[in-house]
Design a binder for this molecule. Structure first.
Ligand code: GDP
Length: 444
């Protein structure tokens, strides 16, 4: 799921790289591309509209971060808005103060309710709860048996009407199921209800009757993420007919376009609580909007870098360095300081590897390791302030003194001085390419 959307978004955002500054026209063009990508992924139109409006407003607005270049900034905004439409914070189950907590499952036939009952039961059991499954789907032949089977696989008992009594009354079974839970000390009851192939009145009425009888702490609307736009209409029908407090997305392992997942929260106003992504009982977890967003953006590393850059960023020092860079006055002292600041962000190889375009610099990166940085630091520390400020004065005898003082060969001191000049050149190029440091950093 989300592969195409992810590819599209990545390439749209990649086009921004290398721009020191984004014009309103750049932002409009980017917004248009994102809009197309979302519509192609089957995201509901009102959701797309609201999303694009928000991204545009923020990208054009006064939201300027000193730590990020414009491309990174847009990536950050798109990511945050994705997290927001997916629900923001991870929403956990509401458990009743007086057990048993009653969880009722509703949704169309084939949505994955029965499977979910087993998954949820296993997940809760692993957390120390004692769930009881209650079989209220008396419509579909074999549904009760199917629930018993998943219950056994999860190691959780199932309360079901005795066979041979004809088709029972699901409301009555639900009530008796709750009584049974109280009697046998189950702290959570999972009520499986009947589904239909399509939304119909009788289905809604039955679900509403069960709801009134058991007063669930949570009603979970289970929806197959593969059904695209239909997910949204079905969700609206269940919201109006039964009401629900949370959504469970199933079949996220499928290869559908994923728009349902992105729309359902925004359209129904109810949070996505769980994600189901496979046929095994273990293929299940809480739904984390932030993780899902970075999966959709397909830029996990880039987002980590953005976060680290914001944390490690020292505005005053970077401004000074930027000024010096611009005027070509960078000294070895600044070089050392920048190196230390960058190292605060983690091992240098990882860090450089996360930079966009780093793929092409692989050979150079292979030579950068933390040990050689330690040596560089030692050499710079072995210099006098005058030498650091103006490396040109470092003649042969000074080189020998520095080498001796810092325990390295003279060749290494020569290397460092040469690399400093190279780095100065490279940083000037990078300033243009990534918007680091240079005047292109801010849109003011
Ligand atoms: P119900 O009618 O709503 O109770 O749906 P079921 O639980 O019987 O599921 C319908 C089908 O979808 C079954 O074949 C399940 O194995 C399958 N299924 C359920 N959840 C998932 C999932 O997350 N991923 C995949 N690939 N299949 C699922």
């Amino acid at each position: 799921m989300f592969d195409t959307l992810s590819d599209r978004l990545t390439s749209v955002l990649q086009n921004l790289r290398g721009k020191g500054k984004l014009s309103d026209a750049d932002i409009d063009a980017t917004a248009r591309e994102i809009r197309i990508a979302l519509l192609e992924a089957d995201v509901a139109l009102p959701v797309v509209r609201a999303f694009i409006a928000k991204v545009k407003e923020r990208a054009k607005g006064a939201e300027v971060s000193e730590a990020l270049n414009p491309a990174q900034q847009v990536i950050k905004i798109v990511n945050e808005e994705l997290v927001a439409i997916l629900g923001g914070e991870t929403r956990r189950l509401n458990l009743a103060k007086n057990p048993p907590t009653v969880l009722m499952l509703a949704g169309l036939q084939g949505a994955g309710k029965t499977t979910l009952a087993g998954k949820l039961a296993l997940w809760l059991k692993k957390q120390g709860h004692a769930p009881l499954l209650v079989a209220c789907d008396l419509q579909r032949p074999n549904a009760v048996n199917q629930l018993q089977v998943v219950g056994e696989r999860a190691g959780v008992p199932t309360f079901a009407p005795e066979p041979g009594n004809g088709v029972g009354d699901p409301v009555d079974v639900a009530r008796r199921g709750i009584d049974e839970a109280r009697r046998s000390q189950h702290d959570i009851v999972i009520v499986d209800t009947a589904g239909r192939l399509g939304v119909d009145e009788e289905l809604m009425r039955q679900a509403a009757d069960i709801r009134d009888a058991v007063q669930p702490d949570e009603t979970l609307f289970v929806v197959d993420a593969m059904i695209g736009q239909d997910a949204v209409t079905t969700a609206e029908a269940f919201r109006d007919g039964v009401g629900f407090t949370g959504v469970v997305l199933t079949k996220l392992d499928g290869d559908a376009r994923g728009g349902a997942a992105l729309s359902v929260r925004e359209v129904t106003g109810q949070p996505i609580l769980f994600a189901s992504n496979g046929e095994k009982l273990e293929d299940f977890d809480l739904f984390h909007p932030d993780r899902m967003a970075s999966r959709i953006l397909g830029m996990g590393d880039m987002l980590t870098l953005i976060e680290q850059a914001e944390q490690a960023f020292d505005q005053d020092k970077a401004e000074q360095a930027a000024q010096k860079l611009g005027s070509g006055e960078l000294t070895l002292e600044d070089f050392l300081e920048q190196m230390l600041a960058v190292r605060k962000m983690g091992p240098i190889g990882n860090l450089l590897g996360m930079l966009p375009g780093a793929g092409q610099m692989k050979d150079q990166l292979a030579q950068v390791d933390d040990k050689s940085l330690d040596r560089l630091q030692a050499i710079i520390r072995g210099m006098t302030p005058a030498e650091r400020a103006d490396p040109k004065i470092i003649n042969a005898s000074r080189r020998q003194r520095i080498a001796k003082g810092s325990g390295v060969a003279v060749r290494e001191v020569n290397d460092l001085v040469n690399r400093f000049y190279d780095a100065k050149k490279m940083m000037q190029q990078m300033a243009g390419r990534f918007g680091f440091g240079g005047a292109g950093n801010n849109r003011k």
